[in-house]
Design a binder for this molecule. Structure first.
Ligand SMILES: NC(=O)c1ccc[n+]([C@@H]2O[C@H](COP(=O)([O-])OP(=O)(O)OC[C@H]3O[C@@H](n4cnc5c(N)ncnc54)[C@H](O)[C@@H]3O)[C@@H](O)[C@H]2O)c1
Length: 289
């Protein structure tokens, strides 16, 4: 691009923006949550429902989505399930149309569906990369574009894109996953700058370890990406992780405060400092730096 920190259409993410509208009042809003049938997505659905938000639970797995929606209804909340594969733009377009048809509006969109393939980078296959990026990155792009247009046209709303601590810190044997999450952060930071002037907030969710089914992602790997070099088992045991409902409550706070980043594990702060100090040290050793 060759434009340094300034590019056509705005300034890069190098100053603290004066973030616009906050959505303090959540009661009566309509939210769509992808990957809502399990783990963090189901925690977000439950936490939003507790704020009297109507929740569209969306997932690749229709039965899981319906189970989460039914549990919300059983608790007195309002929720419907709509199946969608976020890697397919037409599915996300159909999800948006059905949401508007059935609930009349949409205010909050959580692009949360994700999968994991781990293992030594040199052994990863083209199918590993294609599957992971089609869900973790393109799924977020599809949701942000399709729903972002609706929210921007109206001039209000909030998008939450699920990244990870692994979107700021790289780990060995998680190159595919970390690459997808670094990409979600870069994409979402650009989106913040583009949508904030249009009245739409964008938060980037960056959890540490959460007790979910992400380590079983191998089980939902589509046939078209069957040539596996890596495995979701590389992630290790998630049972000690944070309960998903706690992550959901952090997301509620992030939406209400229009937080650019939603962190759930404050213990990572020091590692972030080390990471950014290391980057800055390379500036120090640059002649004239
Ligand atoms: N669990 C963790 O420790 C952790 C940490 C940081 C970030 N995350 C991120 O949180 C998000 C949710 O993952 P989770 O940990 O709750 O895992 P999970 O496996 O429990 O839930 C993921 C859900 O996404 C759905 N899904 C997968 N592919 C899909 C597709 N193509 N279209 C629609 N839905 C699809 C799955 O069916 C599943 O219900 C992911 O983006 C993940 O990368 C998880």
């Amino acid at each position: 691009m060759g434009a340094g920190p300034r590019a056509k259409g705005g300034t890069a993410h190098c100053k603290a923006p004066n973030w616009g509208k906050m959505m303090k009042q959540l009661q009566g809003r309509v939210a769509v949550v992808t990957g809502g049938g399990s783990g963090i997505g189901s925690g977000i659905c439950q936490a939003l429902a507790a704020e009297d938000v109507q929740v569209v639970v969306s997932d690749l797995a229709p039965a899981s989505a319906e189970a989460v929606a039914a549990a919300i209804r059983a608790d007195g909340g309002r929720s419907i399930a709509i199946a969608a594969d976020v890697s397919q733009r037409r599915d996300v377009e159909a999800l948006a149309s059905r949401t508007i048809d059935e609930l009349g509006r949409v205010d909050i969109v959580c692009n949360n569906a994700g999968v994991l393939v781990g293992g030594p980078m040199l052994e990863t296959t083209e199918d590993d990369w294609q599957w992971l990026m089609s869900v973790n990155l393109l799924g977020v792009v599809h949701g942000s574009q399709v729903f972002g247009r609706i929210l921007a046209d109206r001039g209000s709303g909030h998008i939450v894109n699920t990244a990870s601590i692994g979107g700021f810190l790289s780990y060995p044997n998680l190159a595919t996953y970390c690459t997808s999450k670094f990409a979600v952060i870069g994409f979402s930071e650009a989106l913040q700058l583009e949508l904030d002037p249009k009245g739409v907030g964008v938060s980037i969710l960056c959890p540490g370890k959460v007790h979910t089914n992400l380590d079983n992602a191998d089980a939902i790997r589509p046939e078209r990406f069957a040539r596996a070099g890596g495995t979701s088992k590389e992630l290790g045991d998630l049972s000690e992780g944070m309960p998903p409902i706690e992550v959901g409550r952090h997301v509620v706070r992030g939406i209400q405060e229009n937080s650019p980043y939603v962190f759930t594990h404050p213990e990572f702060r020091e590692l972030f400092k080390t990471r950014f100090d290391r980057v800055l040290q390379s500036f120090d050793s640059t002649p004239g730096g």
